[in-house]
Ligand binder design. Sequence first.
Ligand code: NAD
Length: 366
Amino acid sequence: MRIFDEIALKSHEQVVFCHDASSGLRAIIAIHDTTLGPALGGTRMYPYGSDEEALIDVLRLSRGMTYKSAAAGLNLGGGKAVILGDPKKMKSEQLFRAYGRFVQGLAGRYITAEDVGTTVRDMEWVRHETDYVTGISRALGGSGDPSPMTALGVYEGIKAALLFQNGSSTLAGKRVSVQGVGAVGRHLVDLLAHDGARLVVCDVDSDNLAAVTRKHPEVEVVAPEAIYDAPVDIYAPCAMGATLGPATIPRLRASIVAGSANNQLADDSRDGSSLAARGIIYVPDYVINAGGLINVANELESYNRERATQRVAGIHDIILEVLRLAQAEGTLPHEAADALALRRIAGIGRIKGQYIGVPVSRRAGT
Ligand code: NAD
């Protein structure tokens, strides 16, 4: 693998390989773009098959964060880190503190948080060694579990898509299917049920399903595979990625797809076009599921739940802007979201070229 070619391909700024022999730490921190502010993104811990696989993953994920933060209107750039190893076997205080020291060494260019394979507890170890960590527990003044905020963002995004489609965002009587009622899905069910939506849910985990039906006995439960055929207005994928492809899109009866899952389209261009050809509005995943990120970014200016909630609710207007831009320019919604993010980065980058003498005291994420 030609490492510099790989890094230059998508214009990453900096990639740091971290090694600590005493704890066994092997990590890669990738900073994609810091035009808007410090690069924020979680630390993933995963038993990668090879160093190359880990590098490709961290480059892809860090670039995704640049777009996500930019589209969410945050003053943050895109970054991500991976720790190579099995999270079930390799975790220790020493390992995460060693990692935290590398993060601190970047002097704020990269701010970390939890991600797949890492937890709030791990980030508390990291926090012993660095100021540049978010997503810590509420007990320590952090924002805690991001899932309710992610669900709030999805709920606002659904309402924005309805407003775009019908001129009204009312949910009463609308039929919504929710695939996966885990951390995000069950909060989304609460919000939708409160507004009078008629819900169809599925999950492979019977405990998670039972928790939802106990609270909302009126909700209809279908088998996981049957969710695509449910006669609904809105389909909210809140489980795994790549559920939208040639095998599922023709079965959908919804006219809006809007959910929290990451990477919902198995192939962006092919499946984005198939959805549009069927007249289905696709709300881009990385914009609608940014509630957790917006919430965590608020920790950077001393966490305030009310302020964070207000900002997450702003996803409504961002989605509306994305859908209107796609309509005006004849592009697919995910292309419009990318365009919006790139335009913001380019625009803010241009004004930063002018020397103003005094540094701005406002913190990142505001
Ligand atoms: P979770 O693991 O708590 O919940 C996922 C649920 O989906 C589980 O109940 C699981 O049993 C179920 N599931 C798995 N496979 C399924 C299948 N084939 N059919 C039906 N149900 C299935 O995860 P989460 O935190 O709720 O996240 C859900 C999705 O949203 C993920 O794709 C995640 O990456 C994304 N996301 C989450 C957040 C967040 O704040 N938690 C933020 C951004 C994006």
